[in-house]
Design a protein around this ligand. Structure first.
Ligand code: S3P
Length: 444
């Protein structure tokens, strides 16, 4: 777990009389990474619009540019032209830096596994402590040579690719990053690759590969990936539901709120948070307005008003559909009545921080009645009143989702909350604090 650098500024927040406004969240982080990576190895040029400006996506862009991919701004903010190179990239002159981004490191490794040159890929202290064995093992099985620290399980990774063969692989965990690394390698393998998933995880890679002319057969939780050359496609990235989740919880738990979040991607493999908030009693206070399909992904505006939530027990196949939202769900659970029990979320322990430990530690500082369990947490909620949490100093631990979750906790708690490491939000949501201020101002 890293601590917020002293240079990362702090922000103080207290509960406003009302919370309201209309905003758009950044482009979906997962789709943004994939729009760059898949178009880079496709044939032809693509216009990508609405790309996330978050630091994680910038890490992916820089790595691709270091391998000879031309990615140029195309006018409007978030618009880029990617010139596809086809499956063969250029040997980078230096070490690739994935920063804080697990998605960059794991997905790019799937591409590097088929390149006939040597690459070294590393990241920040958080990423260098996250498990890479989960991609190293299948990619080695496909024929790539990979070395890393601690018996090839930690970055920096050294990868010499080429000569891949298709494999049949039982995914040990419902991870979209691992699945995607294998799919990307499988596109350049000799013969088909079969993946058996234990549960559904986000399927943006499968959708985009298919839109680019690749062939992935889906049979329940089994995938068959056929080697393919991809054709570039223009992509309009929808808003990130994981970013919208902060405003869903803020709006539902504040007693005087009305927030409209425009253009949010609602791929069913990502909407677990909407399902859980509804199960907690959100009802009509959480409305999906103007549902439509944009670029092969379901999209809607989300209208949020105040609600009285109650505790809920969650786990099982739902968890991969909302794992990134557990820290903000824990905030909602503090303002619900009764107990919320979160199970089957052990993967949280290997995210940017151990999010079970950091979420419990930081909400405890605000007086929450919350306990960590091995694979989740239990929150004893006290209802919607400001007294359910008391403002205090808290830490991001260098984790973007924790910084934003604690900011929302501060909007709902009594007294003043100071979030140290506030700037960490920019890993996925650089405009987070601006949007928070907008909700305060618009509410008058
Ligand atoms: C992501 C997959 C998930 C998620 C992460 C983004 C992706 O990670 O937590 O924020 O874009 O594929 P895992 O694959 O490790 O579950």
């Amino acid at each position: 777990m890293s601590t917020a650098p002293p240079s990362s500024p702090s922000r103080s927040i207290s509960r406003p009389a009302s919370l309201g406004g209309v905003l758009s969240v950044p482009g979906d982080k997962s789709i943004s990474h994939r729009s760059m990576i898949l178009n880079a190895i496709a044939q032809g040029d693509a216009l990508v619009q609405g790309l996330s400006g978050g630091e994680d996506v910038i890490s992916t862009m820089r790595c691709l540019q270091a391998m000879g991919v031309s990615i140029e701004p195309a006018g409007a903010p978030g618009s880029y032209t990617v010139k596809g190179r086809g499956p063969e990239l250029e040997e980078p002159a230096d070490i690739l830096d994935a920063g804080n981004s697990g998605t960059s490191m794991r997905l790019l490794s799937g591409i590097l596994a088929s390149q006939s040159f040597v690459t070294v890929i590393t990241g920040d202290s958080s990423l260098r402590s996250r498990p890479m064995q989960r991609i190293v093992q299948p990619l080695k099985q496909m024929g790539a040579q990979i070395m890393g620290r601690q018996n090839d399980s930690l970055a920096p990774l050294v990868i010499r690719g080429g000569g891949l063969r298709g494999i049949e692989y039982d995914l040990p965990m419902a991870s979209a990053q691992v699945k995607s690394a294998i799919i990307l390698a499988g596109l350049s393998a000799g013969g088909q690759t079969v993946i058996h998933q234990p549960a559904l995880s986000r399927d943006h890679t499968e959708r985009m590969v298919s839109a680019m002319g690749g062939k992935i057969e889906e049979n329940g939780l089994d995938l068959v990936i056929h080697p393919a050359r991809l054709n570039a496609v223009d992509i309009t990235v929808p808003g990130d539901v994981s970013s919208a989740a902060f405003w869903m919880v803020a709006g539902l738990c504040h007693p005087n709120s009305r927030i409209l979040v425009r253009g949010v991607g609602l791929n069913p493999s990502r909407t677990g948070i909407v399902d859980v908030l509804r199960e907690m009693g959100a009802g009509d206070a959480l409305q999906l307005v103007d549902q439509r399909t944009e670029g092969g992904e379901p999209v809607a505006d989300i209208l949020v008003t105040s609600a009285e939530l109650h505790g809920v027990e969650i786990g099982g196949d739902l968890m991969p559909r909302m794992l990134d939202e557990v820290p903000i769900l824990a905030v909602a659970a503090c303002f619900a009545t009764g107990d919320t029990v979160i199970r089957d979320a052990a993967e949280l322990r290997v995210k940017e921080t151990d999010r079970i430990a950091t979420t419990v530690a930081e909400l405890t500082r605000l007086g929450a009645n919350i306990e960590a369990t091995e694979d989740g947490m239990v929150i004893h909620g006290r209802g919607a009143g400001a007294g359910s949490l008391n403002g205090a100093d808290c830490q991001s631990h260098g984790d973007h989702r924790l910084a934003m979750s604690m900011a929302v906790a501060g909007l709902l708690a009594g007294g003043e909350t100071t979030v140290h490491g506030a700037a960490d939000a920019s890993v996925s949501y650089p405009e987070f604090w601006r949007d928070l201020d907008l909700l305060l101002q618009d509410a008058g």
